[in-house]
Design a protein around this ligand. Structure first.
Ligand SMILES: Cc1cc2nc3c(=O)[nH]c(=O)nc-3n(C[C@H](O)[C@H](O)[C@H](O)COP(=O)(O)OP(=O)(O)OC[C@H]3O[C@@H](n4cnc5c(N)ncnc54)[C@H](O)[C@@H]3O)c2cc1C
Length: 470
């Protein structure tokens, strides 16, 4: 395989022996996406240790027309890090570029290299009593470069925005090897187009992000967490408005959990237990936080009373300790894990305007249950962002393969409903290889054409992550 990719010699010479790996066993995990949906071939993994080396790699690849697949923590779920099957692409992992370059308390910023693991950044910042609010279940292994390239979301979007809202500057290596150093910490800067935003969310197709200046916030010192049982998803929307007002907009999480999902978590995830004596069809996990001493406890208790009096909350529990808070979060965070032992699962990560969430859940559930009788619709997610994980677990007695063969048909049913409700078929996880067809089908032609012209301007030889997104 190795000899089949031409011109590898200059790449190896540039990086030195520590900068590349050809050992098949070591390379193996870099070839397959974690869910096993995608697998590619490549005989060479490059591991640059600084921006200069990334620049040299891209100069050589551009010159010899070698295709490049950037990789971070490889937790992406759309096949974005997987090389093609022809074995002609090289993988460039940023994992060795994991230095913290600067912590600037006055600016409320931290400057980091792209290979830093998200959780490490959170911990470093936390030690200094700051907060970097990007938080997702994969934070123990995803990298900030991957987070920016996929414009990651997670549990704090409601209060702090998505990855693109948390960045002030980036450094990128362009397809021809040129380095664009835009490591600015300016909060106001109107000098022309905001070019960094083109790279954020472009999934490695326009450039390789090597460093970033991230926004920090005061660490929350006071947190109140509750789980409320609600009668239906309409109530979730009404409660959302009440909660924002009751907390003076200090609401930082508002997550929907369905009974069926909660039962799977209680069954399969260690530490998960029934939160309230009685059982209900829907729950909302709600969290208020503040960086100063505040009235949050009273605010969340008042919200509970008010919502009970309006019958939009039926029951609930407010965490009395950090242990109890953790136990409530397990019921939400364990949902992905808990679906695995239940067999095949067809997953969607969609968003609709908040006022359409209830309509979406209702129509999509009915439609899917009619199409696959006995299927188990597991709805959960960041309902405060209008972002729903609409997952379908296979009927208990059906063959997994047969169930998963309906994935494309189910997508069409679900995404047509999303489109009619002015939503997006990809709220968080990006396009990669997985949703290219949907991008063509559901996005207006003018948008696709604009994206293509941006791609050809930034990467005329199409060497950066070919076959992804477009
Ligand atoms: C359990 C679990 C939970 C998750 N939860 C969420 C969630 O709540 N919200 C969410 O948004 N996502 C979530 N994800 C998806 C995933 O974790 C995110 O997309 C994450 O941001 C990817 O980071 P990574 O370092 O693993 O990137 P990778 O998977 O390595 O790469 C992702 C894409 O970015 C490109 N890329 C990586 N690094 C660079 C770079 N330095 N420069 C240019 N391109 C690059 C790759 O080519 C690829 O296209 C979850 C995944 C898992 C497994």
């Amino acid at each position: 395989m190795n000899s089949e990719i031409k011109h590898l010699k200059p790449l190896k010479e540039t990086l030195g022996p520590k900068g590349w790996i050809e050992d098949k066993e070591v390379i193996e995990p870099y070839l397959e996406e974690e869910r096993g949906l995608f697998r590619g071939e490549s005989s060479l993994l490059l591991r640059p240790q600084n921006t200069e080396e990334v620049s040299k790699i891209l100069k050589i690849c551009n010159e010899y027309n070698i295709k490049v697949v950037p990789q971070g923590g490889r937790t992406g779920l759309c096949g974005g890090t997987i090389p093609s099957e022809n074995g002609q692409e090289v993988m460039v992992s940023l994992e060795r570029m994991n230095n913290i370059k600067e912590f600037n308390e006055d600016n409320f910023t931290i400057t980091v290299e792209a290979g830093c693991i998200l959780n490490n950044i959170q911990n470093i910042v936390d030690e200094k009593k700051f907060l970097f609010p990007l938080s997702l279940a994969s934070e123990g292994s995803c990298t900030i470069g991957g987070n920016l390239s996929t414009n990651a979301g997670g549990i704090n979007v409601l209060r702090y925005g998505m990855a693109r809202d948390l960045v002030l500057g980036i450094e990128v290596v362009l397809a021809n090897g040129e380095v664009w150093n835009n490591l600015t910490s300016l909060r106001k800067d109107n000098r022309g187009y905001d070019l960094k935003q083109l790279f954020i969310g472009s999934e490695g197709t326009l450039g390789i992000i090597t460093s970033a200046v991230l926004k920090l916030f005061p660490a929350p010192r006071h947190i109140e967490t509750a789980l409320f049982a609600i009668p239906n998803t309409d109530a979730a929307i009404e409660l959302f408005g009440l909660a924002r007002n009751a907390s003076a907009d200090l609401l930082n999480a508002y997550e929907l959990v369905s009974r069926i999902g909660m039962e799977m978590v209680i069954k399969h995830v260690p530490g998960a237990k029934e939160p309230i004596k009685d059982k209900y069809k829907w729950y909302i996990l709600i969290e208020f936080s503040s960086s100063s001493k505040s009235n949050l406890r009273k605010q969340i208790e008042d919200l509970f009373e008010l919502a009970l009096s309006k019958n939009i909350v039926l029951d609930g529990v407010i965490a009395e300790s950090s242990q109890q808070r953790k136990e409530l979060w397990v019921l939400r965070d364990g949902l992905n894990e808990a679906q695995k032992p239940e067999g095949g699962s067809i997953k969607h990560d969609i968003s609709v305007p908040i006022n359409n969430v209830s309509k979406f859940i209702d129509s999509a559930s009915k439609c899917v249950e009619k199409f696959i009788p006995q299927s188990r619709v597991v709805v959960f997610g960041h309902i405060g962002d209008g972002n729903i994980h609409f997952n379908i677990s296979q009927p208990l007695k059906q063959d997994k393969k047969e169930f998963l063969s309906k994935w494309t048909d189910v997508n069409k049913l679900v995404f047509d409903i999303v489109k009619n409700l002015d939503g997006s078929f990809s709220a968080e996880h990006g396009i990669g290889k997985l949703k290219k067809e949907e991008l063509k089908t559901y996005n207006p032609e003018i948008e696709i054409n604009l994206m293509k012209s941006i791609k050809s301007t930034f990467d005329p030889k199409n060497i950066l992550n070919p076959g992804k997104v477009l």
